[in-house]
Design a protein around this ligand. Structure first.
Ligand code: PLP
Length: 351
């Protein structure tokens, strides 16, 4: 072993879902099957490319202002980053510096463990119950911070706001991060608690409900003090996280509320229909409040199903990890895409 090896920071990286370059039915990474708002396309076509000579606004002012208006908060309560992965990673770096372990569920977004390892933050996973529900009392013990997605991924379950509030209220001495990547498909956001709890940070993304995973935009809403700490960390890392194109396109996307709501309605409609179809085929799943369904079948091995679907050009997500080795995560695509999947499944299960 080389002497320098011992000084190298080694991590087991997060493994993102496959992004096949050929055309497939892509139900594996929870992207939105509909295009971004029409204003985004117009903004791209009329982009002033000369503006790209210059550094972008380091405060991301236009986007921050648009988000602040949309959510009825002050601009000093908004932090933006390169996808919510960037925002969450900055939050870990900034807020989780205790000797005590941070807490998150055992079945959840697998990036949390990676950031904790990367930043050398101790952590302790709390077991979801047998129905994959969060046990709020598990988060009342002493800790160095709390993070969980609501709705949770990949289980797709949404916890009502009173459960979320109980966790925040029992953790006034640490920061609680609620990762709301899927909340637009679910119900009330914890954002309405931000004024009452100075230890709360709510993180959301443009990648799911806003159809812009490729643009990489995420944001946090909190009180001005915590947002200031986040910005201090950001400016110590990279002042220009948000590129000019993302600023322009992101702003356009937020402006079109009607389109946003229409997309969500369509996906929820397809999701509810897909639940019925899956049930008819004998699948079992927690009641999804997201744009994906986490399904298992008593008679079919999940890995075999995953591979059979893939051979057919239908990509879903499979992990094979503890407690979820018999589950597939199926993103809600267009009705057309879902129909193609059901035709295949019906045929596969008849054999
Ligand atoms: C998709 C997702 C994210 C990250 O999304 P970005 O594309 O980085 O904004 C964060 N948390 C959860 C739970 C997710 O599912």
């Amino acid at each position: 072993m080389k002497a320098f090896e011992k000084n190298i920071r080694k991590v087991e990286p997060y493994v993102p879902g496959e992004q096949p370059q050929q055309k497939v039915i892509k139900l594996n990474t929870n992207e939105n099957p509909y295009p971004p708002a029409p204003g985004v396309s117009k903004a791209l076509q009329s982009m002033d490319t000369d503006r790209l000579r210059l550094y972008p606004d380091p405060t991301a002012g236009v986007l921050v202002k648009e988000l602040a208006d949309f959510y009825h908060v002050n601009p000093d309560q908004v932090f933006v980053g390169v996808g919510s992965d960037d925002v969450l990673s900055m939050c870990f770096l900034t807020f989780f510096n205790s000797e005590k372990p941070i807490l998150f569920p055992d079945i959840t977004y697998s990036f949390y463990k990676v950031w904790a390892d990367l930043y050398r933050i101790p952590y302790e996973c709390q077991k979801l119950d047998e129905n994959f529900r969060l046990v709020k009392e598990d988060y009342y013990k002493e800790n160095g911070g709390v993070i969980f997605p609501n709705p949770n991924a990949p289980t797709a379950l949404y916890e009502e706001l009173d459960v979320v509030e109980d966790i925040i209220a029992h953790n006034r001495d640490v920061i609680v991060i609620v990762d709301e990547a899927y909340v637009d498909f679910a119900g009330r956001s914890a954002m309405e608690l931000v004024d009452r709890y100075d230890n709360l940070i709510v993180v959301q993304t443009f990648s799911k409900a806003r159809s812009m995973a490729g643009m990489r935009i995420g944001y946090a809403i909190s009180n001005p003090a915590l947002i200031r700490y986040l910005n201090d960390a950001k400016y110590s890392f990279n002042s220009y996280t948000m590129n000019q194109t993302s600023l322009v396109c992101g702003t356009e996307a937020v402006r079109d509320k009607e389109y946003f709501e229409e997309c969500i309605r369509k996906i929820i409609h397809t999701r509810e229909w897909a639940k019925e179809e899956l049930r008819k085929l004998g699948f079992e799943f927690p009641d999804s409040r997201t744009n994906f369904i986490f399904a298992t079948h008593p008679d079919y091995d999940a890995k075999e199903l995953f591979e059979a679907l893939k051979a057919e050009g239908i990509y879903v997500r499979y992990w094979g990890s503890e407690r979820i080795e018999q589950y597939l995560r199926i993103t809600i695509g267009t009705e057309e895409e879902m129909k193609t999947m059901f035709v295949f499944l019906k045929d596969y299960m008849r054999k």
